[in-house]
Design a protein around this ligand. Structure first.
Ligand code: F6P
Length: 342
């Protein structure tokens, strides 16, 4: 069997652990593996490397992806769709393992409908894919946010300031909620619940009344004030899947808070630091389990499926189900964070 494997969308700590696991598990059955470069773009351009045990040696702990990634949408028009299908045929690929978020896996689901054997492995630091309890990369991201908040606490307290920390999360505030809770944030703002800037200011004043002259506000990049229609975006550029590049809510909140409370307020955008670096042990293990399970599915001829974590079990679900909707934050968990505000 000849397997094509690719990583698409934003990178994520743990991708290399998955690639290594797929190769190691598949090589036990002497399968041939082609690693396509830069996501779907690699198939469109017939650009790949052969993956064997040596190629994946020493990559378990490395962030990023040895295959490279891109947000290329191969189904955006008829010409690239035809080229994609033609190249899959010419390269005699029996099955494609796509590792990605909703866009990359959405393409895999569509290809399966078109008769291509695909299996999906869910990936995103945002943890917003339905069908799986957690995605690898999320744990690394929230560990980083926690450490950043620990560091920001000491300097914010020393200067009696307020600090707004903007974290990733376009449509769902998982990173803000979990990172904020672990890092002791005084208020957490997420896209699921538009905020009132006066409530944010009131939390800061409440802290001052009890002698706490510093505050940490964590905001997901997709969070927005009630008075505004939707997320704040710096520019109007859209990626190949039509997503805007978000950013700016942290700066907006900092300016408003300073104006309304008189407290000197700074903002920090954690940005791509959350996506870089070595995966945590949790993400290495989850990625490894996902990779091995994907090969099990191929062995059984079980295509059109996505591997997923349910409780502590690795299961598989229809690809179409896994990508169907954004998994928003569990609001019970969000309410729990509010116990610690102010
Ligand atoms: O992959 C998800 C994500 O990390 C989002 O949280 C973020 O908005 C986006 O990617 C950033 O993408 P890019 O690196 O292409 O700017």
């Amino acid at each position: 069997m000849k397997i094509g494997i690719l990583t698409g969308g934003g990178d994520c700590p743990g991708l290399n652990a998955v690639i290594r696991a797929v190769v190691r598990a598949a090589k036990r059955h002497d399968y041939e593996l082609l690693g396509f470069k830069d996501g779907w773009k690699g198939i469109l351009e017939s650009s790949y490397i052969t993956l064997d045990r040596d190629a994946v040696s020493g990559i378990l702990h490395r962030g990023g992806t040895i295959l490279g990634t891109s947000r290329t949408n191969p189904l955006k028009d008829d010409t690239s769709k035809k080229r994609l299908l033609k190249n899959i045929e010419t390269l005699t690929i029996d099955c494609i393992i796509a590792i990605g978020g909703d866009d990359t896996l959405g393409v895999a689901a569509r290809l399966f409908e078109l008769g291509v054997n695909t299996v999906g492995i869910p990936k995103t630091i945002d943890n917003d894919l339905s069908g799986t309890d957690y995605t690898f990369g999320f744990n690394t991201a929230i560990s980083f946010v926690t450490e950043a908040l620990d560091r920001l606490h000491s300097t914010t307290e020393a200067h009696h300031r307020a600090m707004v920390v903007e974290v990733m999360g376009r449509h769902a505030g998982w990173i803000a909620t979990y990172g904020g809770l672990a890092g002791g944030a005084d208020i957490i703002l997420i896209p699921e619940e538009p905020f009132d800037i006066d409530d944010v200011c009131e939390v800061i004043r409440r802290r001052q009344r009890r002698g706490r002259f510093f505050s940490i506000i964590v905001a997901a990049e997709g969070a927005f004030p009630k008075a505004v229609e939707g997320p704040i975006s710096r520019d109007t550029v859209l990626d190949a899947f039509g997503h805007p590049r978000l950013g700016g809510v942290g700066e907006f909140i900092a300016k408003e808070v300073e104006k309304k409370t008189g407290v000197e307020t700074r903002h920090v955008v954690l940005g791509h630091l959350q996506r870089g670096g070595s995966p945590t042990a949790y993400d290495r293990i989850l990625g490894t389990r996902f990779g091995v399970k994907a090969v099990d599915l191929l062995l059984d001829g079980n295509y059109g499926r996505m591997v997923a974590l349910k409780g502590d079990a690795i299961v598989d679900i229809p690809l179409a189900e896994g990508t169907k909707k954004t998994k928003t934050v569990n609001m019970d968990m969000y309410r729990l964070t509010q116990i610690f505000y102010g």
